[in-house]
Ligand binder design. Structure first.
Ligand SMILES: Cc1cc2nc3c(=O)[nH]c(=O)nc-3n(C[C@H](O)[C@H](O)[C@H](O)COP(=O)(O)O)c2cc1C
Length: 368
């Protein structure tokens, strides 16, 4: 099989074939209502991208205190479920499938964004501050979570996961990456706890495993994916033991037989990638590192995707290429040029501009 054939070969995922190996990565776009209810605009955006085959919907908060930024969606009220149901119905009618990412921000939050004081493994603020409706502000010192906070947070993940199923998602992706709450437990610079949720590797992975176990018990392990970002420094995470911690964590997760493991910035040359692949028994989704803050490569990440498939990934997630190309799959299949990401400042601004107005092929004048 050629590499190109692999990208467009079918893959059995959760009991049904996907037509190709590309997945839309979760991307926060801040287009929900102020109370976290998904909007009709979000339905249009995701439906435009149903060709992704599998869409992992953007970071969605399981409770109010976990809300990172303004206008991100939730899954903890009836209105959230109803709003998401409209999105999943529309995407399914267009032939797409959806998981949703559950994200608790931990110290990545602000009272001006959530209305509540953030909580985190330890009382260590986010050094770089955070965006709020009033502009960029210093972070507040989060409250260190006590046992009640830990139990309540796990319970909220369970409720949100049940709500996700009620809203028509095939499953949930637990966000344990990119410096948000679960990652803050994993990393020694954000976890100074002296109880059973801190200290050793076994202590620091305990919270992620507890969330996964509770959610898997509620909706079934085959409806649960997990996102990890070994070595990624987003939100001022500074891991001290990446090579030691992730094999232990992934081996423990492997016993749970989850739907998938989703690795951020996967590097096909890294020994850790191959080690984690060997440990993982089910679907591995890899998100290539295409360079952050730089224009995307002209091929939209196709070569990087093919390298990761060759290195053993089952599916490849792409973010910005799907953001800018609603019909990314058709363009890659036909060799048509890709839209570049335009107006990066519109990523998080709300409204249709830079969101639902990216052109598809039959609307490009030169292709007419
Ligand atoms: C606008 C935007 C929002 C993002 N929001 C999320 C998010 O909600 N959850 C998450 O895990 N990653 C998020 N990411 C990271 C992407 O999922 C992906 O890992 C990253 O963009 C690299 O992939 P790419 O080079 O194909 O864009 C976001 C990225 C972008 C560009």
């Amino acid at each position: 099989m050629t590499k190109t054939a692999a990208l467009f070969s079918t893959y059995r995922f959760a009991g049904r074939d996907l037509d190709h190996r590309l997945v839309m990565a979760p991307m926060t776009r801040n287009r929900a209502a102020a109370d976290g209810t998904p909007s009709a605009l979000m339905s249009e955006y995701y439906t435009q991208r149903a060709g992704a085959g599998l869409i992992i919907a953007e970071a969605t908060t399981p409770n109010r205190v976990g809300q990172t930024y303004a206008d991100i969606p939730g899954l903890y009220t009836d209105a959230h479920v109803t709003g998401w149901r409209a999105v999943t119905d529309s995407v399914r009618a267009a032939g797409g499938r959806m998981f949703v990412q559950l994200q608790h921000g931990g110290r990545v939050g602000h009272p001006d964004n959530s209305g509540l004081h953030p909580i985190a493994p330890s009382a260590i603020p986010l050094p770089e501050g955070i965006h709020t409706p009033a502009g960029h502000q210093d972070s507040v010192v989060p409250k260190a979570m006590d046992t009640d906070d830990i139990e309540a947070t796990i319970a909220d993940f369970v409720t949100a996961a049940r709500n996700a199923v009620a809203a028509g998602f095939e499953g949930v992706e637990i966000h344990s990456a990119n410096g948000y709450l679960l990652h803050q437990f994993l990393a020694a610079n954000t976890n100074h706890r002296t109880d059973e949720y801190g200290g050793s590797i076994a202590g620091r992975i305990r919270f992620t495993l507890a969330v996964v176990d509770a959610v898997a018990a509620a909706i079934g392990p085959d409806r649960v994916g997990i996102r990890l970002s070994p070595g990624v420094t987003a939100n001022s995470i500074a891991e001290t033991d990446t090579e030691a911690l992730y094999p232990v964590l992934v081996a423990a997760l492997a016993e749970r037989r989850l739907a998938y493991l989703h690795l951020v910035f996967a590097d096909p040359e890294s020994p850790l990638f191959h080690q984690l692949r060997a440990l993982w028994p089910t679907t591995l989704i890899a998100n290539p590192n295409l360079g952050w803050g730089v224009p995307l490569p002209a091929d939209g990440g196709r070569a990087a995707a093919e390298s990761l498939l060759t290195a053993g990934a089952d599916l490849i997630s792409l973010g910005r290429s799907f953001l800018a190309n609603p019909d990314l799959i058709t363009r890659l299949q036909t060799g048509a040029p890709l839209n570049p990401v335009r107006d990066a400042h519109l990523m998080y601004t709300g409204g249709p501009e830079g969101y639902t107005d990216y052109p598809v092929l039959d609307r490009i004048p030169s292709a007419a």
